[in-house]
Write a protein that binds this ligand. Sequence first.
Ligand code: SF4
Length: 414
Amino acid sequence: MTDASPVRATTPRQVRPATEGWSQKKDTEGRPLLQFASPKRGKPPVHLADLTPEQRVEKVKELGLPGFRAAQLEKHYFTHYTSDPALMTDLPAVSREELVAGMLPQLLTEVRTLKTDRGDTIKFLWKLHDGALVESVLMRYPGRITLCVSSQAGCGMNCPFCATGQAGLTRNMSAAEIVEQIVRANRIIRDGGLGPAEHPDERVTNIVFMGMGEPLANYARVMQAIRVMTDQKHGLGMSARGITVSTVGLVPAIRKLAEEDIPVTFALSLHAPDDHLRDELIPVNSRWKVDEALDAARNYFEKTGRRVSIEYALIKDMNDHGWRADLLAEKLNARGRGWVHVNPIPLNPTPGSIWTASETAVQREFVRRLNDAGIPTTLRDTRGKEIDGACGQLVATAEDEAQAADTPLGSDHS
Ligand code: SF4
């Protein structure tokens, strides 16, 4: 295929992960290595947010208290963002400690936080009960506050450009460990940690599952977490529209998600419109091809009426060619109009990575071609870059590990 773009004419290179020194890890059958099953590790303690409202009442009764205490605990946790028994003066003093220990065990210990100079972005490093490390990133924008959450410790999808993927999957996170990231962020916002509030009841309004992990590989727990986030009476009462579930393309799980009665925003991390490149760039493409993933994304739109996002990390000379923008537009238009928009985002190079972001003129050209073909396309910013908090950069460093080892579990209890 020829490319008439003046930008591409000067840089006709095509690099691929394999030619840049990356070799794909293979399983015993010679297929790209993908870890779908969580390695067996000790399970985190069961927490109120892991349970349905009915199960919470049952558990409180098992602890020897009347069932209505469950609602009081829900209020403390989801409305006041506390799991400190000393602050729960409406609970009987004699049984308070035991009740809170049984229902609201501490799941995350803060190891470190990094804040941008402007104070509008904070990256958290959390230690889980078994020492596994995960991160979340809190970002303030005008009129909204977004939290990028982790759904797994590590990730088994092995994407070559992603720091998390290169470290492998440690384990799935529990629903409550996912929810706790939001509760802790809300507590920090309330206490002024994200700068002056725009209004008194400010809290996280948007969730993106773009931290560590492939959320659809941890389906049941992620869905339970989303139910808790959106439950108006027994949970955080967030809007489903503000929650974005992002996947590299686990097709059966995308189809299952479309059948759930929770219209979250769905994002497909495509990164290449052709199998030739995507097989290398996103190893899960060896199981489900580009067309299958796009069909599942289109099906999500049909079932939910929610417009789908296509995420596309622009990597210099790898996937940013004009003809790839044209091919992407062609494939999206072949599936109808008005059902999708594309978010290209310049790649955030990970430390030591051989790949880098596309040049600005190339980024513009890529966006222009898609828009001209009738596909709404918006170049996204790379907020969090200065603290390594952007997508694909969430991985614990040796320094993080050392600090985590010195942080006793529960040392930040509140
Ligand atoms: S890009 Fe996403 S799915 Fe791929 S390895 Fe990284 S965290 Fe996992």
